[in-house]
Design a protein around this ligand. Sequence first.
Ligand SMILES: C[S@@+](CC[C@H](N)C(=O)[O-])C[C@H]1O[C@@H](n2cnc3c(N)ncnc32)[C@H](O)[C@@H]1O
Length: 210
Amino acid sequence: MSERGIAGKRLIIRSYSEKAPNYTTFVDTHPGFRELREKIKGMLSPSSGARVLDLGAGTCHHGLSFSTHGCEVLCLDISKEMLKTAQQKAADVHVIVGDIEKLPIKDKSVDVAICVNALRYVDAKVFIEETKRVLKPGGEMLLVDGDKDRVRAARLNKTIKKHELERMFLEKGLARVYSCEELKDLLESHGCLVEATEHFRIYFLLKASV
Ligand SMILES: C[S@@+](CC[C@H](N)C(=O)[O-])C[C@H]1O[C@@H](n2cnc3c(N)ncnc32)[C@H](O)[C@@H]1O
């Protein structure tokens, strides 16, 4: 990885680690995020005992919503501090400090992978290759992030830029906004089957299987 790439990841880790103590209260109580959690749960139905991997999990509020389904939940994040909160919320959750672009996870060992608002920090092609590698045959992935087309149409660049961290990452070229269509094409060119797409506010929700 280039020096710039390493420095960028360090900045992401530092920024989210500083944010960690207040992050969980924000996402757990924000009505929009509560609704998004319900939408995500509605698009997936892992069977009891399934292994669910939350990528760029932060404090893992999305991944943990599947623990009530009897799933084994693995939360992976590049920031150890964000994961500390996940561990405090649920002692039995497996937390893994790691990079989405180089997953420290065995091939074909995961049933469902979700990634909510973290795809923007990584190369989507590398993300798909790594996620495909760890998913079992027939496994599913659900990708959620701001949709470039909606962000533009609603002039929500303004909204993103209102958030100090997002603004900084965008300005430094450490985050990007993908469109749902771009990702759909990329998933299909990697042999994934796109099963469903939904939209919620500025976000796309894209479900694919391998
Ligand atoms: C906007 S937060 C989203 C957290 C959580 N998914 C949610 O929806 O609340 C982005 C998260 O991605 C993590 N992240 C950024 N780059 C990453 C990478 N390369 N590998 C793993 N995690 C990463 C950050 O540390 C942060 O916790």
